[in-house]
Design a protein around this ligand. Structure first.
Ligand code: APR
Length: 231
């Protein structure tokens, strides 16, 4: 019999306990940095050095952090389910934990791409992108990140996937940023949705939602254990 399909939508909260700051919690990244100065295409046009440095710092940090119990529990879930992760995170902690199917909606820190041909994407060697690093067509490389105001190329595929899920888990996202936040709207009517987040998330608009108010490292392993017991 085919395995049941679980779509897992993750955000910054699942990596918080690995030591990566979230964006909108108190002390989060968007309290320290101005989005319009580091995370838009206009920012890139205004000050490439500042934008490159912002993402270099984020990338450098990846070498000092490890996946946590939340990431690892999702790997265990694959024993019994067809697990598809749709993450808004640009870190690689799901992959490093061992998850097989990970879609990065907002790009990937460890990759860079051409500024003249978006299909030219490269794995960066090490953490540092420099002014003067160029693609094979001679253009400056930029972070492979979906900035505010830019289209989200994978959103159609993500919506399709969500609409085929038997069960949906939403972990560690404030559901503030669209179109990612709208994905739950594609859930099948009878697909249960579990939201795991220690914050005061307003989830009343999500149909058939089960809200688990816990940190990822606690709530995810508990729910996974429960799901692995189900037939
Ligand atoms: N475990 C689980 N969730 C947590 C934890 C934790 N230990 N700590 C905090 N959270 C929750 C917060 O309560 C909040 O709901 O994680 C969520 C983080 O929300 P945001 O900081 O808004 O992050 P996210 O939803 O991933 O942001 C979406 O915004 O800035 C852009 O492109 C960026 O992908 C990002 C997008």
């Amino acid at each position: 019999m085919a395995k049941k399909k679980i779509v897992v939508l993750t955000g910054a909260g699942i990596s918080a306990e690995s030591g990566i700051s979230t964006f909108r919690d108190s002390g989060g990244l968007w309290e320290k940095y101005d989005i319009s100065e580091v995370a838009t295409y206009e920012a890139w046009l205004n000050n490439q050095e500042l934008v490159i440095d912002f993402y270099n710092q984020r990338r450098k940090q990846l070498y000092d952090v490890e996946p946590n119990a939340g990431h690892y529990a999702l790997v265990k879930l694959e024993d019994k389910y067809d697990v598809r992760i749709i993450t808004q995170n640009v870190d690689d902690l799901h992959e490093r934990a061992g998850s097989k199917n990970v879609m990065h909606l907002h790009g990937e820190l460890k990759k860079v791409r051409s500024t003249v041909d978006e299909d030219l994407v490269y794995e960066l060697d090490g953490w540092e992108l420099k002014i003067g690093d160029k693609c094979e067509k001679g253009s400056q490389l930029r972070p492979h990140i979906v900035w505010f105001g830019e289209p989200v190329p994978m959103i159609y595929e993500a919506a399709q996937l969500t609409s085929t899920a038997d069960l949906i888990l939403v972990i560690g996202t404030s559901l503030n940023v669209y179109p990612a936040a709208g994905l739950v709207g594609y859930a099948r009517q009878n697909a249960p949705i579990f939201v795991i987040d220690p914050g005061e998330l307003s989830v009343a608009h999500i149909p058939s939602v089960n809200f688990i108010c816990e940190k990822g490292s606690v709530g995810v392993p508990k729910l996974v254990e429960q799901l692995l017991k189900e037939t």
